[in-house]
Design a protein around this ligand. Sequence first.
Ligand code: SF4
Ligand code: SF4
Length: 318
Amino acid sequence: MADASTDLAHQIRKEAALLGFAAIGFSSQTPQPLALKRFTSMIQEKRHGEMSYMEQRIEERANPSMLLSGLHTIISTAISYNYSLKHQEGYPKISKYALIDDYHTVVKAKLEELLASIKRVLGEPLSALTTVDSSPLFEKNWAEKAGIGKTGKNTLLNVPSAGSYLFLGEILIDKEISSTKRPLPNYCGSCSNCLEHCPTGALVEPGKIDASKCISYLTVELKREFTTEEAAMIGDWVFGCDLCQEVCPYNQQASIMAHKSFVVRDELVNISTESILNLTKSGFRELFYGTPIFRIGLRRMKRNARAVAENLKRSGEL
Ligand code: SF4
Ligand code: SF4
């Protein structure tokens, strides 16, 4: 017979499904030495590129109770943004997650709705923290522990029936919610499509990424100008890169598709490098405000567009 805590988990799952989450799971806060070891190796081996912020707040990553006093349960959620997209040859490519409203805003609002439902279900005061990519947390690790998905050779969390085009979000609470779900097994098997199709060799081995070689990092996170080599590496991707997800069979077979809040901004699909290079500050704001692209600013978007224009010209596509 289910105890009160697992019954609570069941009720919260129902609320999350009504709100359109693809998955939700619960883990109790315990030390995660393996996740910490993986993370510190990445820093020591300098695979985090120039993201120096990752070198900070490691103690909090290892011990999330520093983020919320009295923390008992980490609630991991995933919401899909998977939709079909056809890139036109000769045009710069933008990653799927950037052609829709910024997930920081949308997912945060969904988490706040979910938290309100949890409070209603609980019927008692609750101390909580909602976070979307904004707190130092081993979020894939907690999601795995909660049994909602498994990290694949492409280093991304894959959720059954939903694939990996997902935004993850967490709610930390000071109440105990237990769940009978167990971590899922590895699902990649003998497949290595993502490693074979990564154009820059950023997936240095299964499940291990060198961010400094990754197009997503170069076009989104890197703040300075490109070296000649980096400019060539980004190919035709002007913002982000989806290649290691596009080739994943679990994304091609996914039945859970994008949440209805994510509507593709058609005017951004197949935008030309010339249009980006001609943008004024106000034009950039008008076109990209509210998307993840707005966060990198016009200077970096033009840097990316210049490199892509050069790469397309060199490959004879422009
Ligand atoms: S996002 Fe692109 S560059 Fe980065 S690992 Fe995946 S395929 Fe490679
Ligand atoms: S492409 Fe294949 S190896 Fe890579 S994550 Fe998907 S299933 Fe795993």
